[in-house]
Every structure is written in C-alpha cells, then in structure tokens.
Design a protein around this ligand. Sequence first.
Ligand SMILES: *Cc1c(COP(=O)(O)O)cnc(C)c1O
Length: 411
Amino acid sequence: MTEGLPQQGMAWEALEDEMRAMAGDDADWRRGRTALYVFNAGEAVRDVGRNAYAMFMAENGLAPKAFPSLARMEREVVGFGLQLLHAPEGAMGNVSSGGSESILLAMLACREWWRGQGRDTTDAEVVAPVSAHPAFDKAARLLNMRVRRVPLGTDFRADVEAMTAAVDERTVMLVGSAPCFPYGVIDPIEELAAVARTRGLWLHVDACVGGYFAPFAAMNGVSVPAFDFSVPGVTSISADLHKYGYAPKGASTILYRSEDLHAGQVFDAEVWPCGRMTTPTVAGTRPGGAIAAAWAVMRFLGVEGYRRAAEDVCAARAVVEAGVEAIGFRVFGAPVLGLVTFGHPKRDVPTIADRMRQRDWVSARVADPDGIHLMLSPVHRALVRDYLADLEVETMSAPPATGQTAGGFYA
Ligand SMILES: *Cc1c(COP(=O)(O)O)cnc(C)c1O
C-alpha cells in the first residue's frame, strides 16, 4: 500500500526538487531523442504554452458567461481549424481534451444524427481500416456501438473495396485517417467519401496527428492528397492541437461540416436543483489553461511558424527515409507528413529497436510487419544524422530476422 497524504505540508522548493528527481527515469525528451509522445517545436513555443496555460489555469471553460475570454478563444481556435481544413460556411466545432474525446464525440454525434432520422442504432457499426486508432473501439464500448476493422491494401492505406464490402445495414460511419498512426500514410479519403456519399454514410476523417500539419506541408509544396472538408462527403474531422499544433496537452478539435451534424454531441438537461446544464463536450469543468494555451501557441506561430515547423519535420523525414534505406530498411508505404515506419527484411527489428532504446532513442514499434516507428518533431532535423549513425551500428550487429513480431509502445 502507498502512504497516505502527509500530515504536514511542504515547501515548493523541496517539492520541486523531489519532482525533478522523480522525472529522472522519464524519457529524456528535452534532448530530442524521443520520437513519440512529445511534439517538440523548441523552448520558445513551450514557454508560450506554459505561460498562457498558467494565466488561465484557474478559469473554467464550462462557463462562457463567466469567462467570455475562453469562449472567444475556443471560437477562434475552432475557426482556425475550420479555415485550415476548408470547411464550408456554417461548419461548427469544439475544443476537446484530446483525440480520443474528439473521436468519441464524432461517434456520438453520428449515432444521434441517425437516431434523429428515425433509424434504430442498436449495435450501430463503424467500418474502419485496421490502422485506425483504438479510440474508435473505446468510444464504441461507451456508446454501445461496434467497430469492424478491415485489412489494409499493400500500400498500407485503407482498402476502399474491402471497406465497401464490409458495409451492411448496421453501418453508420466510415473512417479514414489522415494520416493513420501506425504507418503515417493518408487513407484514400476521396474514394471513401465517394462511397459514403452513394451509401448515405457518415465519413469521419481522423486527422488527429495530421490536421495541424498537413495544411502547412501542402502550403510548402508537399503533394498531400485531399482529406479535408474540401472533399464532399467528409462529415467530421478530429484534429489534435496537442500534437502537431504544438499546444500543451489536453487540447484537440472536433469539427463538423454543419451545425445539424454537430448537434448530437451537445448534452442539454434540466434534471437537478441548479437548473439547466448544457455542455458541448464530455467534460463538465473544462481546463481554461488548455484552451488558452492552444490559442496562444497558434497565434504565436501563425501560418509562417507552422510552415517552418512542417518544413523542418518533412526535411527530417526525408533524411530518415534515405538513411534507413541506405542501411537496408524498407519504408512502409509512402508517408508525406511527420510519421515514418520502416522494417528490415534481413535483420531482427525488435532487437534493433531494443538496442536503440538502450541508447535512449524512444520510439514506437509496429508489428505486421515488424517495424520501427518515428513521430518526428522540428527539433529532430538537427538530430537525425546521429540517430541514423546509431541505427546503422545496431542494424549491422543485429541477428537475422526471426519472422516473429513484437509491436507496441515502450510504455
Ligand atoms: C493520437 C491519435 C489519436 C488519439 O488522440 P489522444 O489525444 O491520444 O487521445 C487518435 N487518432 C490518431 C491518428 C492519433 O494519432
């Protein structure tokens, strides 16, 4: 059993020392060797996020009348997202706590929208590629829905034909990712949207990890396949601010093509002695700091700042791709954003990944096939050559591939 709360309080200085010591075994992301969990655009961006968070740390986003500042910041952040993702007039959205909540809200809104059309949504089904985030399954559990996962094409993208074949009378939603987390590739959203339109289905695009990156990469001249509201048939989009938006954690956006489609996620009840309660997201109390910090980081960077960050990340990814191929790896699919996954036909990838971890390089792995997964940040541009040098040493000395898979995060 852990100890209870100490009787006596403690001075901040001592607490700070204790907390620094506790963090001693954490992934040392400040050195830039972490290509997972942390999006690192440098100290200046972090300072803005920290200061803005602290400024609004006590304020509550639950109460737009008491804190009109937060309501305005949320509206503006959502507006930035809608504009970047080419939403039409009348589109709507909210800031949520993260990608998982954004996905849950989209599935709830979808289910309620169907209910509103008089449809029985018992066991309503979402058809998704196997590369879709587990947040869809978590939401399905909470909403009494189901997810049917469909194998990918050989290019690691959603297989539209197979997904179409998986649609049945229970299907309410199709999912595509832009990009998917495991391989960093963008699913064929235009083709999925065509299916959604002919079948009358809701198409959710999970742009959690790409929504605040892809638009800027496209502005830089990267050929990014259409994935946003410019594609007719895209109904809702999740895009995380706390990923390539470089905002402190606890901030995502969930965006809908129209107010009608958004309506189902809003909770509105008059059931207790305090009168009516209306909340647009899952939370009651909402952290003012997370909303304010996202707003401040976005304004601090602006389009130009995000474009520079995207350029650094894409440049780092290009160096990684060329470098790993030079030592015999194969890049899975054709990633164009900040994620890249690669495997080796001859060497045991799990061993290489373990040894890279011993050298303090923190990244994810995938299974099927075995691969090393990097989620790159702007700070990595200066470090990828060190990474590749270490990777070459560990690859050359690694045992032959066994064919056994061992995916998963380093928890
Ligand atoms: C990160 C991520 C999510 C989940 O977001 P959280 O903020 O971790 O809840 C969903 N989908 C994709 C593609 C992601 O990369």
